[in-house]
Every structure is written in structure tokens, then in C-alpha cells.
Write a protein that binds this ligand. Sequence first.
Ligand SMILES: [Zn+2]
Length: 99
Amino acid sequence: MDCSHLEDLYELYVLGILSGREREDVRSHVSEKCPRCLEALREAAETVCWLAQSSAPVRPRPALRARLLRRLASHDAQPAGPGKSHHLIEPGAASRPKA
Ligand SMILES: [Zn+2]
């Protein structure tokens, strides 16, 4: 099968943002274990990881930061449903170095 039409979709597929039809086209083709597309998907995953790691952390504007903190605080004040964690972010997680 000629799969050159899928070349522009690999990064979007890895990011999970393809529309239904395109996502299904990539998924069904990859399930046939096309070596060319498997390699291209591996490279796309590396590219996406590299881009995510190379972005500099951004400090939000004070107004946005205050809004986010209010929203998190109000979320924490609500009781969690059965089986749900009510912490979106572990307290202090952002300031701790990653292991
Ligand atoms: Zn292919």
C-alpha cells in the first residue's frame, strides 16, 4: 500500500489531535505493521518529546496566575466523588525537582 499520504500526519497522530477519519487511517495502516510508518511514528514521537522538553517554562501573568490559583482552591474545596482524587496537582509538585 502506498502510504505517502500519511507522512504529514504522524506528529499530529502522536499528539492525539487528528480528526476521526485521519486518525483511523493512520491507526489501521500502522496496525498492518508497515515498517516505514512505524519508523516514521517513532521519529515523530521523538520530535514531539524533544519539542516539549525544549520549551522554556513560562511564568503566567499575575492576573492569570491568581485566576488559576483561585480555580484550584475552589476545586480543592469541593468534595471528591467516589473513586475520584480531588487533587489536580500534588501540592508542591511544581517546585520539587523531578526524580
Ligand atoms: Zn506505511
